[in-house]
Design a protein around this ligand. Structure first.
Ligand SMILES: Cc1cc2nc3c(=O)[nH]c(=O)nc-3n(C[C@H](O)[C@H](O)[C@H](O)COP(=O)(O)OP(=O)(O)OC[C@H]3O[C@@H](n4cnc5c(N)ncnc54)[C@H](O)[C@@H]3O)c2cc1C
Length: 595
């Protein structure tokens, strides 16, 4: 086949979206097939950015302000990505003006050494920083403070307080670096309403960050095309030559957009694509369908797959597999599909029709037991999350000292492993996890176990007057085998006996407090949530995407959760890499000259 006729076809397999997730069909693409490079281009710009999230908006603004024409394509009908529904906690350090104002003596060098400190280990033994790519971390450390000042200059308002350690993970242990974006006056995606005026300058949220950047982008003249979903990246030849542009789908039409200088991928990661995420962890099968950030925007690996189809390499797999931070989290809400602990969808939200229920927030895990799909308990329900490092996580902390690991207080957290271990049907995934409770628990928690609080219609919540009936009623697509009623009855009877004795002989739950004895009984979805993507495309210090030979793919850039090599959670990595990529793309020679 003539290399110039080669193309990338992205199809719809391998994603939670449109299938299990009950989402409207949107592709979770895999590369393959063949079509032609476009004979004509529908649009063109110097820089084409994919994804209007934490990476894409800064990249687009920076490139535009450097004199480039910029088209930014966004798959959804609004900007923001995960960033707009995030907590807005953003760990930018290395000597920011606010750090200086509060006498915090940070520097790029200190930040670099923090983020590459082999000796830091989490309480369950997984190191946060050991497998970071030094080149990528150096670029982040050098650009962290400039990115923060750039955000200030582009209208982002931060809560007026000293940097702290709230909300960050894998952000470096030497100093506080966490800043907090004020929520502002714009309606929040979670509720459809603005925050109460009394907290608009003091409450942290990604809303203020992303709406401020949206205004900055429009002011600068970035052309934002909503509902334009990138489905392919065009390269001159399959594995050589420059990137030429992208193909997008827009309301059943295909558009081809030429990039004269650069294509920047800011598509936000891969955890929503079941087949893709299972490259890193085969256990994360389709039942882990409650992705943080969905149903607002997906992480369907479309950027990674389109780049891989033209030769790009992946990078830094450990950071995705490591059981630290929020790669996988325990559910915070129960009885609904999208149950991330820091994100509750309210009926006013523009995506509530897809979220379908608010869920029940569990204030006290003494009020429920958790059982696997066979109706058996597997751990102490009061156990917490995987933890990641931050300022004061280790005390004392001496940068680079072997004593950090030696002094570590070992507190294993195995909520996911323990759940999986009980399932021996040969399937890789652990199946659903159900929170079981009774009518008394409903009163103690103040729950309303009816829609829109719980999702009965889609099979994420069940109730019955007898435990045996409850077990039999649990029929939904991820419940691979029926729950044996006898198992559930025995599990609850044994747990109730632990309440009598005050000792959980099986899993050491501290003094089990409440029997499950008063009908009706309930089973609420409490399956863990997949959250961060921490492995992705191989990039260099300028955020240029690299191929499997370690060569730069001319004209292709990436940042944020679609890029690999950096274990840090969230916004700072994405915004900073967007800033780097935007600057590098603007400074690049036109691609035609390189061809
Ligand atoms: C509930 C929640 C709370 C969080 N809280 C914090 C926090 O407090 N602090 C923190 O540091 N991090 C937080 N995070 C993480 C942080 O929001 C993300 O790490 C960050 O937004 C990632 O940036 P990104 O640019 O890679 O992806 P995103 O911000 O998700 O942006 C990706 C964009 O690309 C679009 N897109 C995807 N595919 C295509 C395509 N094929 N064509 C066109 N567009 C496409 C998406 O629709 C999306 O708009 C949170 C995340 C969640 C879900």
């Amino acid at each position: 086949m003539d290399p110039l006729e080669r193309d990338v076809v992205l199809n719809t397999t391998g994603t939670a979206r449109g299938s299990a997730a009950g989402q409207p069909g949107r592709s979770g693409p895999v590369p393959g097939g063949a079509t032609q490079l476009p004979l004509t281009w529908d649009r063109e710009a110097d820089v084409v950015v994919i994804g209007a999230g934490a990476t894409g908006l800064p990249a687009a603004i920076v490139a535009r302000e450097a004199g480039c024409s910029v088209i930014l394509v966004e798959a959804e009908n609004d900007i923001g990505g995960h960033a707009i529904i995030s907590g807005g906690n953003i760990p930018l350090g290395g000597g920011t003006s606010v750090q200086k104002q509060y006498g915090i003596d940070d520097s790029p060098e200190l930040l670099f050494r923090d983020l590459t400190d082999w000796s830091v280990v989490g309480p369950n033994g997984f190191p946060d920083y050991r497998y970071n790519d030094r080149e990528i971390i150096r670029a982040f450390a050098d650009n962290s403070a400039p990115t923060f000042e750039w955000l200030l200059a582009h209208g982002v308002v931060f809560v007026d307080k000293a940097p702290d350690a709230i909300g960050g993970n894998s952000v470096g242990n030497s100093l506080p670096r966490e800043m907090h974006c004020a929520v502002g006056h714009w309606p929040m995606i979670q509720t459809g309403e603005p925050a109460d005026p009394s907290v608009q300058q003091t409450r942290s949220s990604g809303n203020g960050l992303m709406r401020s950047l949206e205004i900055a982008a429009k002011t600068a003249g970035v052309e934002i095309l909503l509902k334009h979903r990138m489905t392919r990246i065009y390269r001159q030849a399959p594995t050589c030559g420059p990137v030429l542009g992208i193909g997008v789908d827009h309301e059943y039409e295909r558009l081809n957009i030429r990039a004269r200088k650069a294509v920047i991928i800011g598509t936000g990661g891969s955890t929503g694509n079941v087949n893709f995420r299972r490259m890193f962890d085969p256990r994360l099968t389709e039942e882990y369908c409650g992705l943080a950030g969905m149903p607002w925007s997906d992480q369907d690996a479309s950027g990674e797959l389109a780049a891989m189809a033209i030769g790009a390499s992946l990078w830094g797999f450990y950071n995705q597999v490591g059981e630290f931070g929020s790669n996988v989290t325990k559910a915070g809400f129960i009885g609904c599909q999208y149950n991330y602990r820091h994100l509750q969808w309210m009926p006013g939200s523009p995506v509530f029709d897809r979220a379908r229920a608010t869920g029940l927030r569990v204030a006290d895990w003494q009020n429920v037991i958790l059982v696997n799909m066979l109706g058996k308990r597997f751990y102490d329900e009061t156990g917490g999350q995987y933890i990641a490092n931050n300022y004061h996580s280790l005390d004392p902390y001496i940068q680079g000292s072997w004593r950090n690991a030696a002094n570590l207080k070992w507190t294993p957290n195995n909520f996911l492993n323990a759940a999986l271990a009980g399932i021996v049907d040969g399937h890789n995934g652990g199946g659903p996890i159900w929170a079981i409770f009774d009518a008394d628990a409903v009163v103690r928690e103040g729950w309303m176990p009816v829609p829109p609080h719980v999702d009965i219609a889609a099979g994420f919540f069940f109730g019955a007057n007898r435990l045996c009936d409850l077990a039999e009623s649990i029929v939904m697509k991820y419940q691979r085998v029926p729950m044996p009623p006898k198992n559930l009855e025995e599990t609850v009877a044994r747990y109730n006996s632990f309440v009598d004795t005050g000792v959980d002989e099986d899993f050491g739950k501290p003094a089990p407090l409440y029997k499950i004895a008063t009908p009706p009984f309930y089973a609420a979805w409490a399956t863990p949530v997949v959250h961060d993507t921490r492995a992705g495309l191989r990039i260099n210090a300028r955020c240029q995407v690299m191929d499997l030979n370690g060569e730069i793919i001319p004209g292709l850039y990436c940042g944020g959760e679609s890029a690999g090599g950096f274990s840090q959670h969230g916004l700072a990595r994405a915004v900073c890499q967007g800033y780097i990529a935007g600057n590098a793309a603007a400074a690049a020679r036109p691609l035609a000259a390189a061809a």
